[in-house]
Design a protein around this ligand. Structure first.
Ligand code: ZN
Length: 503
């Protein structure tokens, strides 16, 4: 009889997940619509709908009956690999959600929207003091959440866990320190001894309709399935998996910056391929978020940088680009390739190149960890930010808007999120080493437009398993070793030494 009971428990558990999935799907669609087509005055009614559905979803995620299913299923040896992974992730989420008193969650949600509004205003005025009182509250909440979640060594570990399972401050520091020691001098060598590429060919005026068309072509090229997706305009691009067979990409286009729309499309397309590559049962088991935020980011960076910012891609894409923008007819693939690979310390993270990007992340990760540990105070954040910018990138922000106020994350309480961006770059480079071993003729294939070999490799090794494996487990399965940043260092040193003519 016990077996029969467990079968019932599993069925009930899956039914419970289905209820959650239906609500998540509706919420994702509402949120996508809010960013794309919702009229501005629709926000009043929309926030009521979103608020109600969010509350319902939260109630399902902490329902005592779910706790009972999870306890029973944790002891059930007959579950499949995917079902076990689902129970592992759902149990973790259940206990984290349960750990926070409901009153605190509500209070946090209210302060969160005030905090985001204060950040918008502070950024507009470029005045940190406008944001400081609310940020102080948000940091305080994050510290309390960390205490409720629990941790062994560092309170920031508890927050990292929400984005990158298994990652800790200690591990992060072991990645960051050597990486910084290699990247900072390399960046300086490029600046002092190298010859920067000529970027003038990608500057000018580029019709937005044509850029939109180009983005569609690029998404087609990488195998994004438009029959199970869409491409729409937004202010801040994102990709959202509304449901299985409904994975939507958004993008933005700048008239004077061709690369923003193209690499934006490739980046989001990389995220979308991950979700389009997962089988339906992983959606049903709520494993469609992927292995971690960092692994998700590795898939976008793989397509954006390792494919899109490499020479073979431009050999194939140059005539396509020239078909859309005739001014590129006489520009060689090599010139285009170089033009999209300028390395320069910049103030703004989202505009950073492959070499300096991770330095922006390290700075944020270190400040976050210190804030959460109470080692530094919010009031001193602009000073710490500017000092770190000078130390890592050799530049000092002229104002807060282009410094400590540039990212939305802290205003909405996303402490622990930033490291995912860096880890994504590192994971992608490590995977690429293996891909090149497995596919020695990859460059030749990409140069003639055969992107399939690459996308099939990531589909087989990364996408198909969705969130079944934890990041380190996945990396070990794929590459034979857990995360190792040396692949990234080797990749950027080789690539940019060549472009910059370093001996
Ligand atoms: Zn991304």
């Amino acid at each position: 009889m016990l077996e029969g009971n467990n079968v019932d428990t599993l069925t009930s558990y899956k039914e419970h997940l289905k209820e959650m999935n239906l609500l998540s799907s509706a919420l994702a669609l509402l949120s996508w619509d809010q960013e794309t087509y919702m009229p501005s005055r629709g926000i009043g009614a929309r926030s009521q709908v979103t608020g109600r559905f969010t509350k319902k979803l939260f109630e399902l995620s902490v329902a005592p009956v779910l706790g009972e299913y999870l306890d029973a299923l944790a002891a059930d040896g007959s579950l499949t690999l995917e079902e076990r992974a689902s129970v592992r992730d759902m149990a973790k989420e259940y206990h984290r959600q349960k750990a926070i008193p409901p009153a605190l969650i509500e209070e946090h949600a209210i302060v969160q929207s005030q905090s985001q509004a204060a950040w918008v205003e502070a950024r507009k005025q470029s005045d940190f003091s406008v944001f400081q009182p609310l940020l102080t509250k948000m940091v305080d909440y994050a510290r309390r959440f960390a205490d409720y979640y629990g941790y062994e060594e560092h309170p920031y570990d508890a927050l990292l866990e929400g984005f990158e399972p298994g990652m800790t401050v200690k591990q992060l520091q072991m990645i960051i320190d050597p990486l910084r020691q290699q990247l900072v001098p390399f960046m300086k060598r490029l600046a002092t001894e190298g010859t920067p590429p000529d970027t003038s060919v990608v500057e000018g005026f580029f019709d937005v309709d044509k850029q939109r068309h180009m983005a569609r072509i690029a998404l087609d090229l990488i195998g994004y399935d438009f029959a199970a997706g869409s491409l729409d305009d937004v202010a801040h691009p994102f990709t959202t998996a509304i449901a299985f067979d409904d994975v939507r990409v958004t993008n933005r286009y700048l008239e004077n910056l061709l690369t923003s729309g193209l690499f934006g499309a490739l980046h989001e397309g990389g995220h979308a391929l991950y979700n389009q590559g997962m089988p339906e049962n992983l959606y049903a088991l709520r494993l469609s978020g992927g292995s971690s935020n960092g692994i998700h980011e590795s898939q976008s960076r793989m397509i954006e940088n390792l494919l899109g910012r490499d020479l073979p891609f431009w050999k194939h894409f140059q005539p396509i680009l020239a078909g859309v923008f005739p001014q590129f007819q006489q520009i060689s693939p090599d010139v285009l390739y170089r033009a999209v690979n300028l390395v320069a310390p910049s103030l703004i993270r989202v505009e950073a190149d492959e070499v300096t990007y991770n330095l922006h992340i390290m700075l944020r990760a270190e400040l976050e960890a210190s804030l959460i540990a109470g080692e530094i105070q919010v009031a001193d954040l602009p000073r710490h930010w500017n000092e770190a910018m000078e130390r890592y990138l050799g530049i000092t922000p002229p104002d807060d808007a282009r410094g400590v106020l540039q990212d939305v994350h802290w205003s909405i309480g996303y402490f622990g999120y930033f490291p995912s961006y860096m880890l994504g770059n590192l994971y992608a480079a490590q995977m690429a080493t293996k891909i090149r071993q497995d596919l020695p003729d990859l460059d030749e294939r990409i140069a003639v437009g055969d992107i399939h070999a690459l996308t099939e490799w990531v589909r087989t090794h990364v996408h198909r398993s969705g969130g079944v494996y934890q990041p380190d487990e996945l990396m070990t399965r794929i590459t034979g070793a857990p995360l190792d940043a040396s692949h990234f260092v080797r990749y950027v040193e080789e690539k940019f030494s060549k472009i910059y003519g370093l001996s």
